[in-house]
Design a protein around this ligand. Structure first.
Ligand code: GSH
Length: 227
């Protein structure tokens, strides 16, 4: 486990944590990047603790005490320990965003629109682009179904984003934060973004938001250097 304190960026939120929020993460994980992205966009002070998934750092007794599912990300914020990337986004928005409803509206239909895309992030995005990328990162057996599922998802997103600037309307919400990372790095799982201009334009809109931080790039799949 290594710990690095990162500087606060972007907006100055109110309230602010008394101590930096601690993010237990693996840098190559899109689930972790979505949390890091939102911490950065909110301008919150945080430090990262890198968990080595290869040596099973996420299955140690200490880690399982924080998350019995044995998965990253986890955050600690004072007395609060919280696992699950989307749950963490919801917590951070409600606890620290200057305008929480901008990220997660309360009005029934608007809230449902965001929730729908959080479900996509936990379902088709995880079982499509995320799995396809794991195949390349960890040299697992080819998984053409994951690539097919990815293109089926991206076709739906492409059509949706043809008439919507962001996933849940005309302004960014948690829906965009939750879905960005694995879409952006889909080529690492051999899922090309070339057929999806609206999807790529949406990625660029997220990348232009204040406090944006990119996810680490891995030279695998379609992102591997030509030999
Ligand atoms: N529902 C969880 C899923 C997190 C997840 O799948 N984390 C992966 C890394 S991307 C992990 O820790 N995998 C190790 C394992 O499941 O043993 C979340 O959204 O945080």
């Amino acid at each position: 486990m290594t710990s690095t304190t990162l500087p606060a960026t972007a907006h100055s939120p109110t309230p602010s944590p008394a101590r930096p929020i601690r993010l237990y993460r693996a840098a190559i994980s899109g689930h972790c990047h979505r949390v890091e992205l939102f911490l950065s966009m909110l301008g919150l002070p945080f430090e990262v603790v890198d968990i080595d998934l290869v040596s099973k750092g996420h299955k140690t007794p200490d880690f399982l005490a924080m998350n019995p599912f044995g998965q990253v990300p986890v955050i600690t914020d004072g007395e609060v320990t919280l696992a699950d990337s989307n749950a963490i986004l919801v917590y951070l928005a409600g606890r620290y965003a200057p305008d929480p409803e901008a990220w997660l509206p309360r009005e029934a239909l608007a809230a449902a629109a965001v929730q729908r895309w959080l479900s996509v992030a936990a379902g088709p995005l995880a079982f499509g682009p995320s799995v396809a990328r794991v195949v390349e990162l960890f040299r697992r057996p080819a998984n053409p179904e994951a690539i097919e599922r990815s293109h089926a998802l991206f076709a739906v997103m492409e059509q949706h984003l043809a008439s919507s600037a962001f996933l849940a309307g005309s302004t960014p919400t948690l829906a965009d934060i939750a879905n960005y990372s694995y879409v952006a790095r889909a080529p690492e799982g051999r899922v090309s973004l070339e057929p999806y201009p609206h999807l790529r334009a949406w990625l660029a809109r997220v990348e232009a938001l204040p406090g944006f931080v990119p996810m680490v790039q891995s030279p695998v799949g379609l992102s591997a250097p030509a030999s």
